[in-house]
Structure formats: C-alpha cells, structure tokens
Design a protein around this ligand. Structure first.
Ligand code: ZN
Length: 346
C-alpha cells in the first residue's frame, strides 16, 4: 500500500511538473500562524505552509520578484518557476514564515502597509473582528456614522458575546453562507462599509465602535504588524524583499486621487527611510481589479516603482503588464488540497 502511495505521489509530481510549464506562478499569502478564528481567510497554518513549500519545491523552481523582473525586461521565457509573496506585514511573517522560507530556500516578497509598522494597533479588519467577534459587551442597539450616513444595528440577544459564544462560532468566515448571530451580520455590514470609505471615516467609525464597546484599544499581540527592527530582521539574509502596500490599507479606487497619491508615494518613502534602500515594488491593497483604477496605475508608475502586484489568478510572463502582475491567493490547505489547487488552475 505504502509503495503504491509513493508511486502515485511521484506520478503526480511528474504531471505537475509538466503542467507548470508556461510562465511564472506568483502565490499570495498573508499570515502564517495558529489562530482561533480567521474570518477573512488570511491565515495558513505553519504545518500547511511547510507542505506547500515542500510540494512546490518538487515541481518548480523558486525565484525572487527581482529575478522575475530581470527576465521580464529581457523578454525571457520562464518555465516551472514560482514566487512567494506576503501582503500586509504581519509579525508572524518574521517569526513563523521566515524560518520555513529559509529551510526551503524560497525567496519571498513581503508588502508592508507602512502606517501600521511598529504601531500598537491591529489592522483595521482585525480590529473590527476583535470588537464584534471576540467576547465583550456592546449596547443592544447602536448607531455608527460613516461620513454623512448613519447605520443602525440591533444586536438583541448577542449584545453580550460570551467566551462560549466566541468558541461556538469560531469556525465562521466570510465564505460561510449564513451569519450565525447578529454580531456576524453587523461585522459583514461594517466590513463592507469600512472597506469602501476613506481612511478618516474608517478610523472615526472604529473609534465610535471602540467607545461603545468600552474597549481600551488593546491590540492582540498576535495581530500586530512588524516594527521597524523586525522589518530589518526580516530582510537579513537577503532571501526576503520588502515592497510597499500603501500607508493605511484603503481600497485605492474608493478614495480621491489626491489621497491615492499620498497613500502610494508615502508608503514608498516611509519604507525607504526605514530601510535605507530603494523600494521597487508595490502591492495594491486588496488588489482585485475593482480595488484600484487608472489614477492608482498612474501614481504607481510615476512614484518610481518598477513593478506592482495585483490579485487575480493567472500566470505571469514577459507579456504581462509589470504594473499589474497576477497573483493566486492560497488558502489554509493541506498537502492533497494544495496539490489539487496547483493541478486545477495551472
Ligand atoms: Zn493587504
């Protein structure tokens, strides 16, 4: 049985190698961690990430974005290569991802939202989760203002969210078709509102919610971005490259051109000041085609970036627009599921 299993694995490996021929595969990760909940599906457990690297290493060659861009400039064809990228700049990229990237000698690019570096606050989507989907108390009914609009919420029985409630609904994420409680419905409404408004309105809405929750803005240690020293440490060894990812992580197409310009330019200069290097890459926050527009492309091109990463599934080649490189989002999949994913879409 065991030998047949090994043979089957080898066969799969050969099939994958043959399929992974045209162009380069750019993988998108966010976090490598063990977390109690993952409503936005951003996390991959360390054991699964190790498996992904092991499988990738068998079927393709890891390269850096820098190497990819050299091939892009020279209009050189790439075959059976992959790149690993991380967005946002979570601290676990240093603590849990880097050792595995080193073990498998896989270069990676980490795109950092510079406004969160060294801040004792969570990324806005994590803070929203903490305020609504971790144990705590909110009024039965409340209002949140987002610019000129007033949103009304009625939490009813879930005004108090207990430890056992949080445990019971820990499985929930945005892909789940049903909201199990009024808090989950409120989370979805607010997430979509905050994602599409500007940074000032978003921060003000979160401040209102913190006040209502009587929350002292106690950030969870596991949800923090790296600080300045940690970003430098992440680069040590030369395997990991840093790219920009805006300052405050807004949806760029949802804010004014002037706001876009400052988000894009300042994220570059912030990181350059911090690292003393030229930051060449940018990753659009959220990254789907609706999340940036012609102004974003203009400002990224004019700010001195050499390339930019989007978030749509395709293979990258020298034909690809270097300011809209495709990426494939990876989930918290075990080995067989990851193998299936590679086989399915390549
Ligand atoms: Zn991001």
């Amino acid at each position: 049985m065991r030998i047949r299993g090994v043979q089957r694995m080898r066969l799969w490996g050969r099939m994958l190698r043959n399929r992974l021929a045209p162009g380069a595969l750019i993988l998108l990760y966010h976090r490598i961690n063990e977390l109690p909940t993952d409503p936005q599906l951003l996390n991959v457990r360390p054991g699964h990430f190790r498996k992904h690297l092991e499988i990738l290493r068998k079927v393709a060659q890891p390269i850096s974005l820098r190497e990819f861009m050299n091939a892009h400039r020279e209009r050189r064809k790439l075959r059976r290569v992959f790149m690993v990228t991380f967005d946002d700049g979570y601290r676990d990229n240093l603590e849990l991802a880097k050792p595995l990237l080193e073990e498998y000698q896989a270069p990676a690019t980490v795109s950092v939202a510079s406004g969160y570096v060294g801040e004792n606050r969570e990324f806005w989507w994590d803070e929203l989760e903490r305020l609504l989907l971790t144990p705590g108390k909110l009024p039965y009914q409340f209002q949140i203002r987002i610019r000129e609009r007033v949103l009304n919420f009625d939490l009813g029985a879930y005004s108090t969210y207990s430890v056992s409630d949080a445990k019971r609904y820990a499985f929930w994420n945005v892909a789940h078709p049903v909201c199990p409680t009024s808090r989950h419905s409120a989370y979805l409404v607010l997430y979509s509102e905050l994602r599409t408004t500007n940074v000032a309105a978003r921060d003000e809405a979160l401040r209102e919610l913190r006040l209502l929750a009587g929350d002292g803005a106690t950030a969870r240690a596991d949800y923090l971005a790296m600080d300045r020293q940690e970003i430098r440490q992440l680069r040590n060894g030369g395997l990991i490259e840093i790219a920009a990812h805006s300052v405050n992580h807004p949806c760029l197409s949802c804010i004014s051109p002037a706001e876009q310009q400052s988000e894009i330019r300042n994220s570059k200069t912030d990181l350059e000041k911090l690292l003393g290097i030229d930051v060449q890459g940018f990753a659009y926050p959220f990254g789907a085609s609706a999340d940036y527009d012609s102004h974003s492309l203009h400002f990224v091109g004019r700010s001195g970036f050499d390339w930019a990463l989007s978030n749509y599934p395709a293979m990258a080649s020298f034909h690809t627009d270097r300011f809209q490189l495709p990426r494939v989002l990876v989930g918290d999949w075990n080995g067989p599921k990851f193998t299936h994913f590679l086989r399915e879409w390549v």
